[in-house]
Design a protein around this ligand. Structure first.
Ligand SMILES: Nc1ncnc2c1ncn2[C@@H]1O[C@H](COP(=O)(O)OP(=O)(O)OP(=O)(O)O)[C@@H](O)[C@H]1O
Ligand SMILES: [Mg+2]
Length: 451
């Protein structure tokens, strides 16, 4: 009998050792090869349950648990997601080792989460010990080559400097077969106080322009898509019956649909354009006096001061007229309006075909909160719109292919430019929108207000 007891004790000890080895192997497999851990999980579970329930009952329950885990959608999704993250983590770590982005013990940065995006995958990366997000960003070209993908983009986490959000682009999501219709194309009324969807970026996210207190500058070569981009903003203003529209159109035809609802619509006449800007300057000064009287610092919705939207298609036309005096006066008035108009509820949206320093000086460009560079001829032209240095960092509108109309880079204040494809409004859409805007403004419109 005592002999039997000691044999049982030996067996217990062996079983315990075997169990902990199995658990250790499972944890290791989970860390280094999640697929292996998932594959081995029935054996591990059965080993865990057999001492409690007995041989076949333990094995059966283990098998049932695994089947259950795969048949419940939530847990199946979780397992598949972990397998996906683990696959990306292995690839990422291999690439980091290949470009020598590791700590002193050869440990690379690691992937903590991942999600699919239109261009490929976006991963959350914890940088290696002693490294920084800047190291990753500097090596993005080498990482893209090691991963064998089109592009790698790195953004620092806004809260924790040890984390980066890395987009791994395998394809160009902006190469779409059909133009994308503007989401607000069927709206009955809109508000200029609400963000305006203008396009979709590389990550498949909708880009929004929030106009109050910001001006917009759009630049690009002929046919790049400037007027289409402008028209989404003008359509929003037109469908907001509280907005006063002022149109300056060097070509006359680009903004023609909106002229019936404009306060004033000016063609290629510098004198008329100056007279409109003078009117607006007077309005701006009167507003600041009124705001001072009521103790406000800026125009807000519902205080009885409607927003004014000044739209200028072909800014370069007015800034390059041969007569120096009116050219200078136009430039001064425009600069004053762009710099002081924001808080007074006067917003300028301008487009230009010739983005060059002599036409759009830095002092004027910098006053625009949103800068949108569509395809340009040169990196310098792209920088004239976005700001010096962006092209060399990869945000270069001259890299947009000629056939990619509507593709460009949009820079909003205090961030880096985002590559996007703008929504499209056909001539028929514009006609429809303009007709609806006229009806709404005449006070007989109805329907839903798009938020
Ligand atoms: N977002 C878009 N999606 C698809 N096609 C587009 C888009 N934007 C523009 N296009 C195409 O490009 C053409 C030219 O666009 P648009 O008239 O806006 O260019 P532009 O930059 O204003 O040219 P210009 O400088 O000559 O006035 C459009 O007629 C349309 O066919
Ligand atoms: Mg145009």
């Amino acid at each position: 009998m005592p002999e039997n007891r000691s044999t049982a004790k030996n067996d217990d000890w062996l079983i315990e050792l075997f169990s902990s080895m199995l658990f250790g192997a499972f944890t290791l497999a989970w860390r280094f090869r999640t697929e292996l851990a998932v594959f081995c999980s029935p054996i591990w579970l059965s080993n865990l349950l057999t001492p409690l329930l007995g041989g076949s009952a333990g094995s059966l329950l283990a098998l049932a648990l695994v089947v259950l885990a795969f048949s419940v959608p939530k847990s199946r999704r979780w397992i598949l997601h972990r397998l996906y993250v683990s696959r990306l983590r292995r690839r990422w770590e291999r690439a980091c080792r290949a470009v020598e982005l590791t700590d002193r013990d050869q440990k690379p940065s690691t992937v903590t989460d991942a999600a699919k995006i239109a261009a490929g995958d976006r991963i959350v990366v914890r940088v290696h010990r002693g490294g920084s997000v800047e190291d990753l960003d500097r090596n993005r070209e080498r990482l893209a080559s090691a991963l064998g993908v089109r592009e790698v983009r790195v953004t620092r986490d806004s809260v924790n400097a040890a984390f980066a959000h890395v987009s791994i682009a395998r394809r160009d999501p902006l190469e779409v077969a059909e133009p994308m219709r503007w989401p607000h194309v069927d709206a009955a009324t809109l508000s200029l106080w609400q963000p305006i969807p203008v396009g979709v970026d590389d990550d498949g996210e909708v880009d929004l322009i929030h106009l109050p207190e910001r001006n917009v500058l759009i630049g690009g070569e002929p046919g790049a898509g400037k007027s289409v981009a402008l028209s989404m903003i003008v359509a929003t203003a037109a469908l907001d019956p509280n907005v006063r529209l002022w149109l300056l159109d060097g070509k006359q035809v680009e903004l023609a649909s909106w002229s019936p609802m404009a306060e004033r619509s000016v063609g290629p006449s510098i004198e008329e354009a100056i007279s409109v800007l003078r009117d607006l300057q007077r309005e701006m000064d009167a507003r600041y006096t009124a705001l001072l009287e009521v103790g406000l610092r800026k125009v807000e919705p519902g205080i009885g001061m409607p927003m004014h939207l000044v739209v200028c298609d072909e800014l370069a036309f007015y800034l390059t007229v041969s007569d120096r005096k009116p050219r200078g006066e136009f430039g001064d008035l425009m600069r004053d309006l762009v710099s002081r108009g924001r808080a007074a509820g006067i917003v300028v949206v301008a487009a230009t075909q010739k983005p060059s320093h002599d036409i759009i000086p830095t002092s004027l460009r910098d006053l625009f909160g949103f800068r949108w560079a569509l395809r340009c001829n040169t990196p310098q032209a792209s920088d004239t719109i976005l700001g010096a240095g962006w092209a060399s960092q990869g945000f270069d509108a001259s890299s947009v292919a000629g056939f990619q109309r509507g593709v460009g880079f949009l820079l909003a204040e205090e961030s880096s430019p985002r590559r996007l494809l703008s929504y499209y409004l056909s001539d028929d859409d514009l006609e429809d929108l303009a007709r609806r805007a006229q009806v709404t403004r005449a006070g007989i419109g109805g329907g839903d207000v798009a938020a």
